[in-house]
Design a protein around this ligand. Sequence first.
Ligand SMILES: C[S@@+](CC[C@H](N)C(=O)[O-])C[C@H]1O[C@@H](n2cnc3c(N)ncnc32)[C@H](O)[C@@H]1O
Length: 459
Amino acid sequence: MSGLDFPIALRLQDRAVLLVGAGKIATGRLAQLLEAGAKVHVVAPEVSPEIVRLAAEGKVRLSQRGFEPSDCEGAWVIFSATDQPEVTQQVVAEARRRGVLVNAADLPGLCDFYVPSFGRRGPVTVAVSTAGLAPGLSRTLKDRALDAVGPEWGKLARLLGRLRRITPPGPARTKALSAIVDGGAAQLLARGDRPLLWKRIRAVWPRSGIVYLVGAGPGDPGLLTLRGAELLGRADAVVYDRLIHPEILARARKGARLVFVGKEGGGEQTSQDEINAVLIAQARLGRRVVRLKGGDPFVFGRGGEEAIALSEAGIAFEVVPGVSSGIAAPAAAGIPVTHRAVASSVTFATGHRAEDNPNWKHLAGAQTLVLFMAGRKLAEATAALVRQGKSARTPAAIVEAGTWEGQRVIEGTLGEIAELAAAAQVGSPALLVVGEVVRLRAQLTALAQQASARSGAGR
Ligand SMILES: C[S@@+](CC[C@H](N)C(=O)[O-])C[C@H]1O[C@@H](n2cnc3c(N)ncnc32)[C@H](O)[C@@H]1O
C-alpha cells in the first residue's frame, strides 16, 4: 500500500455538497450530511419518497434527472452513490477536472476519500476506517469502540470545551485539562457527582486573576462609585496611590493585601514600570486586584498605560470610571466648570512635566481652563497664559484638597493667583481654575448656605 489514509473531520455546516444517486446508500449518506449541516443537492432520476419529502420541506435541493457535469458547479465535496458505474465514472471525472474531492460508493479505487464507519456521543465522534477494504469490519470495530465510550464522554467534551474557551491557551491550561480527564471526570459525570467533579476542577485549574482599574474619586469617600465599593469589598489585593481617603481603603475586604505605590512625604515615587509589575504579579497569583487611583483612572492617571501593560501580559482588566477632581473639586468649591452664557466649554490640562509640553497659546484661549498638578509650576503657568494673551484680570481660583475635610479655595485674578497661593502655602493636591465661571462662586456658595439653613440640613 502506498501511503496510508489521513483522517480528518470535515466541517460541512452550510457547505454545498453534491450527492448523485438516491438509493439506499445515498439516502443513508444524505441523513449524515444533513446532520452535519451541509446544503445538499441531490441529483437522481428516481428518488425515494423520503427524499421527495425532504425536498418539499426545503431541506435538500432535488434535481430529479440524470447527472449533468454542471451539477458539480460550486460543490465543495461530491458523493456519487449510484448503481451505475458509468455514471459514477462521469461524476468522478468531472470532480477531478474541477479539483473537488469525490467519494464513489462501493468503488474504492475511484475515491479521493472514504467515509469511515462512525457513531456519536454528543460532540464526540468515534470513527473507524479500513481504507475502503472492509466496510463491514469498520462497522464492527466502530460498535465495539462505541460500547467503551458512554454518553458521559460527550458531556465531558462539552465541559472541557467550555473551560478551554474561558482560559487563555498555554501549558498550564493543557496540563489542567489532562489532569481533569485523568482524574476520573467522565466517571464522575456518569455517576452524576458534579459537586466532586467541580471540586477537582477547581483544584487543578490555573487561577488567572483580574485587575480592576478603579477611580476612587476626588477624596470624599461618599464620591466613590457603588461599583468601586463593591469591588473593594471582594478584593484580594488593593494597590493604591497617595490621596486615597482612609475610609475608602477601609472598605477593602478584610484580609486583602494593601499595597501602597504612591510617594510618601519626601520618599521616592514608585515608577510606572514597577507599578505595572506589581499589578501583573498580583494577578498572576490568581488574585482579584483593585488598582485604586485618585479621581478617574483615565484623567491624567496613567490608567491607559496600566491597561496596555496588563493586556500585553494577557491579564484581564476592567476599568471602573471615577469622579474626576477636574470637575468635582471646582464643584465642591462652588465653581461650575460650564455655565450657560458664561462658558460652554472646559479644557483640562496639566503642565507638570516637561514632556507634557503644554500649548499655552491654545490653553490661553480656553473658556474655562482647569489645570491639574498646578502646584509647583503655578507661577510659570499663569505667566505663560498671560504672555499668550489671556487677560491678567481673568478670575482664577486654586482649589486645594477639593472635597476633603480640609478643602481650601484661594480666589483672585490670573495675574495675582500664584502669589496668593504662595502666601497661603498651598500644597498638594490642588488645581487651578481660570475663567469667568469663577465669578459664580460667591453667588452659588451663598445660595447653597441659604438653602442649607432653610432646610435645616446639618442639624
Ligand atoms: C495625577 S493627577 C490625577 C487626577 C485624577 N485622575 C482625577 O481624575 O482627578 C493628580 C492631580 O489631580 C488634582 N487633584 C486630585 N485630587 C484633587 C483634589 N481633591 N482637589 C484638587 N485637586 C485634586 C491635582 O491637580 C493633582 O495634582
